[in-house]
Design a protein around this ligand. Sequence first.
Ligand SMILES: [Cu+2]
Length: 143
Amino acid sequence: MSLSYLGTTLLIFLFQFTVSVSQGADSTQNKNLKTGGVGQRIPIRDILEYDFRVSWFDGAPNGIKRRILGVNNRFPGPTIRGKKGDLLRVHVTNAIQTKQNLSIHWHGIHQVGTPEQDGTEQVSQCPLVFGETQLYEFQLLQT
Ligand SMILES: [Cu+2]
């Protein structure tokens, strides 16, 4: 299970949330994309909006019933599919019944220009406490 306990803080690594980014189909934007390096701002293509409610739930992903930490009562969590240029907006609610703090790390996303969205709690963001909702918002700039 892709979880890491840091003291009382729970950090969810996004191995379970696949963020796959592919080139957009719009030819005008593709011209811009070819000149842009990783992290370079480009026009926003589409807005992808998600609600993630993180909590414990009962499941049996390996055939043995146990309590699982997941998103929207699912494990693995949702797959986010986007194209380069899309703006990702994820409303994350900490509904972890055991009241650990939460942050979400989008593994593989460079977060150039948006370090506060990287989920490195106590480094580039405050932890999300139980009952609170945080908006993670960043543009997909890589393919
Ligand atoms: Cu990472």
